[in-house]
Design a protein around this ligand. Structure first.
Ligand SMILES: Nc1ncnc2c1ncn2[C@@H]1O[C@H](COP(=O)(O)OP(=O)(O)OP(=O)(O)O)[C@@H](O)[C@H]1O
Ligand SMILES: [Mg+2]
Length: 243
């Protein structure tokens, strides 16, 4: 397999929390690939391992076993790959949308998005232009100068989404990004993710409970007790997937 043609390659990924009798296997021997431009929904019951899967791919949670390759670079290989600069990889390749928004309280909505761009060396004017455009596309054009404390939950979540997408990352990981949003804003967020997948060839994994959002995805991964079944690719999953 030519791993460089995939945005994400996961091989025999296992994550065990704790040790001995209290150990929990949150992800068990997962194997799959995601191509640039693919939009993948991750479905599964509470506690099945969805967030663990995203955080292992997102370089936040160290895998116990197995391999993770992001945009051709081996990042984990039975634990973190030696010499990998995790911070830099996260900043340059990944966009993470968490359940809680994590905005910086003393920066405005606009500045919260600009900072992600300035960290990656855009000038202040370039950052301002792109951040303004992104926020407007998420129906936040009238909230640019508000601080997070003056935003509704859904507005703050959309600012966090704009920040995660600002650098057009190769891999976007989203943990229930539309849960706090009304139907219209949920649809806007999904449309924006779809647009990034198509125009920027980003690979996008979205954990969702929201069955209204599932149409429009290219593939669906069903997670059950830490095992991942590729619903739209069951023949290949049976061949490639151990267990
Ligand atoms: N830091 C941790 N330490 C120990 N066990 C953990 C930790 N994080 C998660 N787990 C356990 O791992 C399993 C998978 O958890 P995970 O958070 O990945 O599930 P999830 O599918 O995201 O659930 P939800 O839909 O409720 O967000 C659960 O049994 C959970 O209790
Ligand atoms: Mg979760």
């Amino acid at each position: 397999m030519d791993k460089s043609m995939y945005a994400i390659v996961v091989e025999n990924l296992t994550k065990v929390y704790g040790k001995g009798e209290t150990a929990v296997t949150a992800i068990a021997d997962a194997t799959f690939q995601v191509r640039p431009g693919e939009l993948v929904a991750i479905l599964g019951p509470s506690g099945s391992g969805k967030t663990t899967l995203l955080t292992c791919i997102g370089l936040i949670n160290e895998p116990t076993h197995g391999t993770v390759v992001i945009d051709g670079a081996v990042v984990a290989d039975g634990g973190w790959h030696g010499g990998i600069d995790l911070k830099r990889m996260r900043r340059e390749k990944l966009g993470f949308i968490f359940q809680a928004h994590n905005l910086i309280p003393f920066l405005t909505a606009l500045e919260n998005v600009m900072i992600a761009l300035e960290i990656n060396h855009l000038t202040r004017n370039e950052a301002k232009g792109r951040a303004t455009e992104l926020l407007a596309s998420l129906n936040l054009g009238h909230r640019l100068n508000n601080y997070p404390s003056a935003l509704s939950g859904g507005e703050a979540q959309r600012v966090a989404i704009a920040r995660a997408l600002a650098n057009k990352p190769k891999v976007i990981l989203a943990d229930e990004p539309t849960a706090a949003l009304d139907t219209e804003n949920g649809k806007n967020v999904m449309a924006l993710l779809k647009k990034l997948a198509v125009e920027n060839h980003s690979a996008i994994l979205v954990v969702t409970h929201d069955h209204r959002m599932v149409e429009g995805f290219d593939r669906i991964f069903q997670v059950s007790d830490g095992r991942i079944i590729d619903e739209h690719n069951k023949v290949a999953a049976g061949r490639d997937h151990v267990g």
